[in-house]
Design a protein around this ligand. Sequence first.
Ligand SMILES: *Cc1c(COP(=O)(O)O)cnc(C)c1O
Length: 461
Amino acid sequence: MTPEQFRLYGHRAIDWIADYLEHPERYPVLPRVQPGDLTDALPAAGPEQGESMDAILADFEKLIVPATTHWNHPGFMAYFGISASPPGILGELLAAALNLNGMLWKSSPSVVELEQVVLHWLLLWTGLPQDWFGVIYDTASTGSMHAIMAAREFIDPESRLKGCDPRLVVYTSEQSHSSIEKGALAAGIGQERVRRVRVDAEFRMKPQSLAEMIESDLAAGLRPCCVTATVGTTATTSVDPVPAIAEICQRQQLWLHVDAAYAGSAMVAPEFRWAYEGCHRADSLVTNPHKWMLTPVDCSVFYTRHPDVLRRAFSLVPDYLKTAEDPRAINLMDYGVPLGRRFRALKLWFVMRSFGREGLAAIIREHVRLAQELARRVDADPCFERTAPAPFSVVCFRYKGTDEENRRIQEQVNATGEVFISGTVLNGRFTLRLAVGNQATTMAHVQRAWELVKQALPAVT
Ligand SMILES: *Cc1c(COP(=O)(O)O)cnc(C)c1O
């Protein structure tokens, strides 16, 4: 591709993006395709000769977009609604152009130093201890795995040389994300050694149950290692009582990891900071700017108060990569599994500068307001009930009928292509779950989703 062609197609791609972001609702939020449709429409083998960019872009629109779930659609209210904001997209584009690999300070000072600076800004914006060390990984799953590996190093330094002690135990609540269990698996801690602590009626970990489990494991000769608390669980956004959990961890000398993948972004607005109460006592914490901070996937932030432990767990520096020791020349490859790392801090920097803390807080505040508005409408409707408190921008609710009827409501609503909502099981019952989190979502979209739910009733009951 010549520089002139790059300019031409680059402008065309940007025009496409601008049109897309202006009206994502031109597309159904869920694609009308069956499994395998796209595979069947694509050639079985790649082309021998290079093809024209005209042909490739045409197929992007004709084949790829129709098989796409539109996370940038204002009616996207499943999982966690997220947005790739225009400033974040520009940061991502420029990062691809520089194509840096920030494994060492020397391999690109900009990757290493900008990452440290923006993660420090984020500590200040969210009220976390200013002396924490931060590093960006791809996902919260990777971050939590690193937390468990660091906890293993903290409790049992021998494991680095000899492999994992089969007596190590990890504790997390029944409502925690599956990534905690996966992280334990990756760390060599068997599934049998992942304890699921009971939750209260509002889906928060019961500290008393945690304390009892730890005592009984100690009595059985096991080695408690790590407790993972969640601030903003995936199903209901419940907040575990971190102060009480931190107290137990301190007493037993255990590593406390906090999973704030979703709710961590809300802390840029001071009125939500209550949810971080006690988190300053954590040993590590993970939060995802790619969830609720308008940063394109992927960008997940991991903090720890013990960078030395993280480093002990992972540093394995071959001679050819050794550089002169300068305390300000950090080599991020020493703080985790990946050697290479892309320039994710650039898009986060674009987002933080472009919106400012107040801009981000205003958007999050509005999302929470929309969800609270929906919660009020559900509460006021005698045919529906809420199935969990809604402290942030997620509302769990159900039609006062059977699970089957609720499942069919969800199917009918999602078949319209106007909105996409998810479901979850709480206390053994299927429940609808609506998450507000897209930058373009307004009260009109939430109201429309609520109408579609109610309109589905006659057909399913
Ligand atoms: C979404 C979510 C995760 C997983 O995030 P990834 O970045 O996709 O790994 C982990 N924990 C919680 C509480 C989440 O909501």
